[in-house]
Design a protein around this ligand. Structure first.
Ligand SMILES: Cc1cc2nc3c(=O)[nH]c(=O)nc-3n(C[C@H](O)[C@H](O)[C@H](O)COP(=O)(O)OP(=O)(O)OC[C@H]3O[C@@H](n4cnc5c(N)ncnc54)[C@H](O)[C@@H]3O)c2cc1C
Length: 373
């Protein structure tokens, strides 16, 4: 376990806000997770589990506690026939604090017979792997199920926390189970997909059991093949525009990556936490009422949705600079930290946007990123 002291939270989070954290512990084995919590207990300090910091906002006063980061690397493939597992330690696990993101070493080749086999394949991924490397790995193996989740910044261990989703896929669709450390009874456990109670940007990990479990690894079930059509609107439009005939996982990954690069800030270049507000989900009668007022309601398999970005745009805020935060002119849900230095600036910007949207439409926008406190 690596122990670091007095590290600025702004250097650990993509919104680049937040004062010093007293301790930052980087755990490299499952056993070290219990040690890390023991360390915090010894100092009588609170804990916070951090990944890549792409969905976490630091506070100006910092955190007088212990931040724990999962640095466990590796992947193993469970063969469908219970044949011996194919294991690969794909990275050294020696990443530095500021590094976080490591690329895969050369991935193991699947046994030849699996090329012809269309049964699902389970991947067990250690939580310290960078999520997009996992997607690339799966696409390289022609496995479908997470290709639309390409380029979502973050670590694999954080992916189930808010049930990451994009372009018609959610991790809930393919996640089988996760291995965790339970801080309540100090034991190592496995939680199934059903245990996690997934919904839009939610699981028990950020609701009923918030801060209880440390995610050590995640297991996904992916299939050889292609995403079922029709695909998400913007992907279909791209396919039509560029006459694309290749629907393989890697092709969809490339399309999604291009769409995202044109629309969303690269966290290494522009400070943001991605979508700062959640979309609004409505029950049937509220959806009917919203439609009667002329608001665009999307009725999908995951419910009736109003795009919060549309509300922000209609409230005249798209592209505006508010307390140092730019409301992205490409995706109004995204706030880019152009010049803000304090959490207070963010609070002011957030309140102004929420207030304007509420005054015009009567909907309360809800913040997506978590606050580190
Ligand atoms: C440019 C940009 C685009 C984005 N696009 C999307 C998108 O399309 N879809 C989407 O869903 N999200 C998106 N996000 C949000 C973010 O990428 C995801 O929420 C991602 O899963 C965060 O991973 P992380 O490792 O950075 O988590 P962090 O921000 O470090 O942590 C997020 C939460 O997970 C908890 N956590 C982290 N690791 C663990 C662990 N090992 N065990 C237990 N709890 C843990 C933390 O305590 C915290 O509550 C975007 C963010 C950015 C900056």
């Amino acid at each position: 376990m690596k122990v670091n002291e007095n590290i600025l939270i702004s250097s650990l989070t993509t919104m680049r806000l937040g004062g010093p954290a007293r301790f930052v512990l980087e755990v490299e084995t499952p056993e070290e997770v219990a040690d890390a919590y023991g360390f915090a207990e010894q100092y009588h300090l609170p804990t916070f589990v951090l990944g890549y910091g792409a969905n976490t906002i630091g506070h100006d006063e910092g955190f007088n506690g212990v931040i724990i980061i999962n640095r466990m690397k590796g992947i193993s493939i469970e063969t469908p026939t219970n044949a011996p597992e194919e294991k690969s330690d794909l990275a050294s696990g020696q990443s530095s604090l500021s590094e976080g993101h490591k690329t895969w070493a050369s991935a193991p080749e699947r046994p030849e017979e699996r090329e012809l086999d269309h049964s699902p394949i389970k991947l067990k991924i250690m939580g310290g792997e960078y999520w997009d490397d996992v997607v690339e790995y799966a696409c390289n193996k022609d496995l479908t199920g997470i290709e639309a989740l390409s380029k979502i910044p973050g670590l694999a261990g954080a992916a189930p926390v808010q049930n990451i989703g994009a372009y018609g896929q959610e991790i809930a669709d393919t996640l089988v189970e996760i291995d965790v450390y339970d801080t309540l009874d100090r034991t190592y456990k496995t939680l199934s997909r059903a245990d996690l109670n997934f919904s839009y940007r939610k699981s028990i990990l950020n609701t009923t059991s918030k801060n209880r479990y440390f995610v050590i690894s995640i297991t996904l079930e992916l299939k050889p093949g292609e995403m079922p059509r029709p695909l998400y609107n913007s992907i279909e439009q791209y396919i039509a525009t560029f006459n694309i005939t290749d629907y393989s996982p890697m092709s969809i990954r490339n399309i999604v990556s291009t769409i995202r690069a044109n629309k969303l800030p690269d966290p290494l270049v522009q400070a943001s936490a991605g979508s700062f507000f959640k979309n609004i989900y409505l029950d049937e009668s509220a959806a009917d009422a919203a439609e009667a007022k002329g608001y665009p309601v999307y009725r999908g398999k995951d419910g009736n949705k109003i795009n919060s970005g549309w509300l922000i745009e209609q409230a005249g805020l798209k592209g505006k600079l508010i307390h140092g935060f730019r409301v992205s002119d490409k995706a109004a849900l995204v706030l880019i930290n152009e010049s803000a230095k304090s959490y207070q600036d963010l609070a002011n910007a957030r309140n102004e946007i929420i207030g304007k949207v509420y005054d015009k439409y009567g909907f309360w926008l809800e913040q997506e990123p978590v606050e580190l406190q």
